[in-house]
Design a protein around this ligand. Structure first.
Ligand SMILES: *Cc1c(COP(=O)(O)O)cnc(C)c1O
Length: 388
């Protein structure tokens, strides 16, 4: 069979860093070892019933069986705007400042096609969600990594970027609460970021998928739009995936600066045909009635966090206590690499954790634990790691 040559943009993709883990996982499994995966950022809890019931009712309506509108149902965009108002005190115009997405990954992946030209620079706070540099590369842009480390509290050093780099930068990507580190951004950082983006004419992309996974009601994560002037320069990606255990449903949203939202919409109009309206109506139910459920999920993740962090520290592992997200970010033991440690844990215990370098070079020397198994399995995983 003819082997067709891949397009350069695909051939140039960085090697898939989890390939070795996947191989090892299959090997360990074939030996009959019980695998506990703390590897993937996908909630283990089911979607609340009332959302499923809303889907069921909406799916029966014939008008929902046709092509949806490109920008999303107005009722969904209104629910998004109302949710932003209630949660963050932010005003959004549902007609011009909200677009529905087939999950926020879809929007993040398409966004650079609307705004990045070949040779443009994207600043990427890293360790990072891999989609930012990949999508930048698909659009012909280049990425400049801004390292997030314990020394800078996992906040990019905006002053370390030269004037020439700011000049060339078309966009900066940040993600708080952060995957994979669990770090959150204080208001002062966001103020500085918005000022810098405005002063330099840089598009500010905020990936806010985890704002509802917080553990201290006194320190609720912010939307970038709580900062005055942010709408001048920013677009924020959000999602129902993590908040309401809806990763499989594929529904999210982008909000903010009208020209940015509309530019993204232009790409989408030419690529997809929107989200099944029944899913959007279920999304309206989630956004308008989901808060008590989101609160109960927070309590579950907090219990897991408070179980895991002390146990890992007792083993001598240096782990952050995250204020938000369901991730723990820990240093690998001295003298080991991320890949080496993760392989050793998997081979000897059957527990899957994620090597930090899979999220970019600044993640080397760390590993990520996703708190996405129940308490008993988590306890079992921890005791296996302790006996390593
Ligand atoms: C999970 C996640 C998303 C959300 O993905 P969806 O496509 O909305 O399911 C976005 N950004 C980050 C950093 C994530 O971890």
């Amino acid at each position: 069979m003819t082997q067709f040559r891949l397009a350069d943009r695909v051939a140039k993709l960085p090697p898939y860093l989890f390939a070795e883990i996947d191989r090892l996982k299959a090997e360990v499994k074939s030996q009959g070892m019980d695998i506990i995966s703390l590897g993937i950022g996908d909630p283990d809890l089911p979607t609340p019933d009332f959302i499923i019931e809303a889907l069921h009712a909406s799916a029966k309506k014939p008008e929902n069986h046709q092509y949806p509108s490109y920008t999303g149902l107005l009722s969904f965009r209104k629910a998004v705007a109302d949710w932003y108002k209630t949660r963050f005190g932010v005003d959004l115009d549902p007609d011009n400042e909200v677009v529905s997405l087939i999950g926020s990954k879809e929007g993040i992946a398409h966004f650079p096609l609307a705004f990045i030209d070949p040779g443009d620079l994207a600043l990427i706070a890293s360790p990072n969600y891999p989609v930012y540099p990949v999508a930048t590369g698909f659009a012909g842009g280049e990425s400049l990594i801004l390292p997030l480390t314990p020394d800078n509290d996992f906040l990019p050093d905006l002053d370390a970027v030269s004037d020439a780099q700011w000049d060339r930068a078309k966009v900066i990507f940040v993600n708080y609460p952060n995957n994979p580190t669990g770090a959150t951004a204080p208001r002062e950082f966001y103020e500085k970021l918005v000022k810098k983006a405005r002063d330099t004419g840089t598009i500010l992309v905020s990936d806010a998928a985890y704002t509802e996974m917080y553990f201290d009601a006194a320190k609720k994560p912010l939307s970038i739009f709580e900062i005055p002037g942010a709408k001048d320069v920013a677009i924020e990606f959000h999602s129902l995936s993590k908040t309401y255990n809806m990763t499989g449903w594929r529904i999210g949203m982008a909000v903010g600066n009208e020209s940015l939202v509309k530019g993204l919409g232009k790409i989408k109009e030419n690529v997809d045909s929107g989200i099944f309206q029944a899913v959007q109506e279920a999304g309206v139910a989630a956004l308008t009635q989901g808060e008590p459920y989101a609160a109960s999920f927070r309590a579950i993740y907090k219990e897991r966090r408070d179980l895991a962090v002390p146990a890992l520290r007792k083993m001598g592992l240096d782990c952050r206590t995250p204020d938000a997200s369901f991730y723990l970010w820990c240093r690998v033991p001295a003298g080991e690499t991320s890949a080496g440690f993760v392989s050793r844990v998997l081979k000897n215990t059957g527990v899957v954790v994620t090597p930090g370098n899979g999220f970019g070079a600044p993640g080397e020397g760390f590993f990520r634990i996703a708190l996405t198994v129940g308490k008993q399995r988590l306890e079992e995983a921890l005791s296996r790691i302790a006996s390593l």
